[in-house]
Unconditional design. Structure first.
Length: 276
């Protein structure tokens, strides 16, 4: 009887050890599967964070003869949405580029849609109703007349539009692409920051075909070099537009590329809204 019991005990011990190995193996497999799943999810998010957004723009790149790299999004004005950001653009789930000038959380450039500023209430400081301190070049889309213009204004009240419920206005600094004789004097009058320094830059333009162009360069360049690159390299006729905020604020979210600038939070962006 003792021998039989000893044999049975040995078998039970072997079975228990096998069972332990099976449990350990299953646990290791579960852990490995979880880690792999997390890696794949992280990779997918990193590679395509904007996968489900409408792609209502055409992307292009160009390099000027002076080696200024331009990254461009062209789109219909009907697909533009001026909106508050309050974060680096790479954290905002929208295609588009940075907008106007700001200080802390106050927007210092006009950013208005249908008489509503993007960053607060009408006529409030920092809301986007004013070009702070100076009258500055403001790109205006008059939706009723289907026409663009650059208007030098200080506030939303001064905008000349057909229908106050059918327009948008984005403030910046006049580029005067059709006026070589005055543009430098105008940017001085409108106080373009760091015009003669090598900085990243961005701009918003329109052309003769009714398209908008959102342009960012990470190439460190002066205002003159950026403007010349646009004239030489943007594939469109009749261009006019404005300088936007620059330096580390020069940021772009596109399906094709993300330009983070210096990853600073920006107060306002010019977003692509393809849901209309």
């Amino acid at each position: 009887m003792w021998a039989l019991t000893e044999s049975s005990t040995g078998k039970l011990t072997q079975l228990w050890r096998r069972r332990q190995w099976l449990i350990v193996s299953l646990l290791l497999l579960l852990v490995a599967a979880s880690v792999l799943s997390m890696i794949l999810l992280s990779r997918n998010h990193t590679e395509d964070p904007f996968a489900d957004l409408p792609h209502a723009y055409t992307y292009s790149e160009a390099v000027s003869p002076e080696n200024v790299q331009l990254y461009m999004m062209s789109l219909s004005p009907d697909d533009v949405q001026l909106r508050a950001a309050g974060a680096p653009l790479q954290q905002v789930m929208a295609y588009g580029i940075n907008g106007g000038f700001f200080y802390e959380d106050a927007l210092l450039s006009i950013a208005i849609i249908n008489d509503v500023p993007t960053n607060g209430v009408k006529k409030a400081y920092g809301s986007g109703w004013f070009n702070a301190k100076y009258a500055r070049g403001t790109l205006v889309w008059d939706g009723a007349s289907r026409s663009f213009s650059v208007q030098v204004v200080s506030s939303g009240e001064e905008l000349n539009v057909t229908d106050r419920q059918h327009y948008f206005a984005q403030g910046g600094i006049s580029m005067n692409l059709k006026h070589e004789d005055v543009w430098e004097a105008v940017i001085a009058k409108e106080h373009l920051p760091y015009a003669d320094e090598q900085r990243m830059r961005s701009g918003m333009l329109y052309d003769d075909n009714g398209k908008l162009w959102l342009i960012v360069t990470p190439t460190l360049s002066t205002a003159a070099e950026f403007r010349t690159a646009i004239l030489q390299s943007v594939p469109a006729e009749g261009l006019e537009g404005i300088f936007l905020d620059g330096d580390g604020s020069s940021q772009m979210n596109a399906d094709e590329i993300i330009l983070p600038g210096d990853s600073r939070a920006v107060v306002q962006m010019i977003a692509v809204d393809g849901t209309k």
